[in-house]
Structure formats: structure tokens, C-alpha cells
Design a protein around this ligand. Structure first.
Ligand SMILES: [Mg+2]
Length: 107
């Protein structure tokens, strides 16, 4: 199973919970990604936290593009399960993504 965990207001609400979840999932043979609508250049915080558990290369910022399409087109990965406080962002992209990302950047 391929699992995507959102960063802002999902992972950040309880990092210890999600770190343990990710460790357990990986131990059980699953693959875990962190997919955020942030700019890819704003993913250092994720790489330094959940990235230490799942691998920094699995921390992806979509620049506001719909997460499902971006993960598949850019990484060839189709997640089976999405864990996200804003599930519409899995399917829907935003025009003016920078503005949207800034609004939710680290809040
Ligand atoms: Mg979020």
C-alpha cells in the first residue's frame, strides 16, 4: 500500500503520532510519502521532520497542483490512501498557487 500524509495541519498536528505511524507502516512493507501543496522549495521543514522517517526524497511539494495528479505525473506514484486535513487538495489544484501555499505555509 502506498500512503500519502499531508504536512501542514495533518503531520504538524501530532508529529510523534505520524512518525510512529510511518515507522510501523514501513516496517509492515508499506510505502509512505509526504505530499504537500507547498512549493517544493518550502519542503525543508518536512524533510527535516517526517523526511527523517520516510526519506527526504519522499517529501513532495506540488506548488498548489492537485496532489494525486502531481504525484503520479512527477513521480510515477499512485497513492492508495490519502491522509489529509483538506482532502479536496488531493483532486483539485489552485490557480495562483503561491498565494494559497503562503496562506497555509506552516500555519
Ligand atoms: Mg494540510
Amino acid at each position: 500500500m502506498i500512503i500519502s500524509i499531508d504536512y501542514d495541519d495533518t503531520y504538524t498536528r501530532d508529529p510523534l503520532l505520524w512518525n510512529q505511524f510511518a515507522r510501523d507502516a514501513i516496517k509492515r512493507g508499506h510505502e509512505v510519502w509526504c505530499v504537500s501543496a507547498r512549493l517544493q522549495t518550502h519542503m525543508d521543514e518536512a524533510k527535516d521532520t517526517i523526511g527523517k522517517v520516510i526519506g527526504a526524497n519522499k517529501c513532495v511539494g506540488t506548488n498548489g497542483v492537485a496532489k494525486r495528479d502531481f504525484l503520479f505525473k512527477e513521480h510515477g506514484v499512485y497513492a492508495d490512501v490519502w491522509i489529509d486535513d483538506m482532502p479536496d487538495t488531493v483532486m483539485t489544484g489552485y490557480d495562483g498557487g503561491d498565494e494559497w501555499v503562503t496562506q497555509y505555509d506552516g500555519s
